[in-house]
Design a binder for this molecule. Sequence first.
Ligand SMILES: *Cc1c(COP(=O)(O)O)cnc(C)c1O
Length: 425
Amino acid sequence: MNIETLCVQAGYDPGKGEPMQPPITQSTTFKYETSAQMGSLFDLEESGYFYSRLANPTVDRVAEQIAILEGGVGALLLSCGQNANFLACLNICEAGDHMVSAIGLYGGTFNLFNTTFPKMGIEVTFVDQNASEEEIAAAFRPNTKLLFGETVTNPTVDVLDIEKFARVAHAHGVPLIVDNTFPTPVNCRPIEWGADIVTHSTTKYMDGHGVAIGGAIVDSGNFPWNHYAERYPGLCTPDESYHGLIYTDRFGKAAYITKINTQLMRDLGGVQSPQNAFYLHLGLQTLHLRMARHCESALKVARFLQAHPDVKWVSYPGLESDSQHEAAQKYMPKGSCGVMAFALKGGRDFAIKFMDSLRLITIETHVADCHTCVLHPASHTHRQLSDEQLRAAGVDPDLIRLSIGLEYADDILDDIQQAIDAAKK
Ligand SMILES: *Cc1c(COP(=O)(O)O)cnc(C)c1O
């Protein structure tokens, strides 16, 4: 079935007399008849619900839908996108290990990799994602466990060459993990291009209305962990916390995603709430319509900015002249997303005046929902970064991130124009 139909229907097939919208199972625990039944659940010999930190029917249905949308064998919903990226890496990395990441990253992910992971003994080497395969390969070490990138970077809107990254990762016997928050599976399905694990901040387009923080991890089931058993002992050797169970033996293609659920979420928590999963599901049912409109309006705004005499530059992969256009045509021919970056000729102070003069467009630490909003990363999300780190991440201190919502495009253009005029006064 096509992605549009899957957005509406995948993951839930009600029977006779059952609700058309999956109900919210607002319960922490579940009933069993015998002690033995409960015991076999704890031994992972049987599957079933017992405690909502680990699994809940509402949460599971929506996770299943996201797995189908991305073409994976399984998925989990997490409390937020940060937790999704954290657990996706921690599942195969521990103290003494190393990972390689593209440097074009969401600010929170950069801080996680650059500050918190090193404190936990996990070293991260950052690479320019537009570098050659040889240069990226040079960052690998014998203890490297994964390669990470964002399919469309936040806030610089660079498009990842997923096939190139997958080739380098697989040549070194490690999986490629990509954060697919911005394009969503409606516009790009990274597993089809070789990605092994896909993560999401469902807080963004998937929810789409700015109501619920959430994250997701999808496992393609394609990575051959057992070929590299020594590199991934957590998956390929006995887990003493489950009486010596070996994930790859017991769960096959779903070993990676099952281990996050049964081990990391057991020990660390971080599940999405049933209520938030319900909101997320509402969002998914219109994701295909919304993504098309976000992309259509964003292209219109990007063209307007490109032709504007007060605009220094605009970066949007949909523009024919954009350095990312070719990659975007290949990986996301229907469009990338509604987010773009641009700079005004007047510099940093003028940018601030411009933002303060906006009326319809709001200043928000958010992107990718139905409201058009702006943010100045150097003053907001990337505030902790030095100017040097900003430039290394490709974030010009003048850069304004603009996320095009679902308002009428001409109203957005009018607001931009009046704010530029007001900033000049
Ligand atoms: C927002 C975002 C995150 C973090 O997600 P939260 O849900 O805010 O924790 C991670 N990656 C990308 C690309 C994002 O845009």
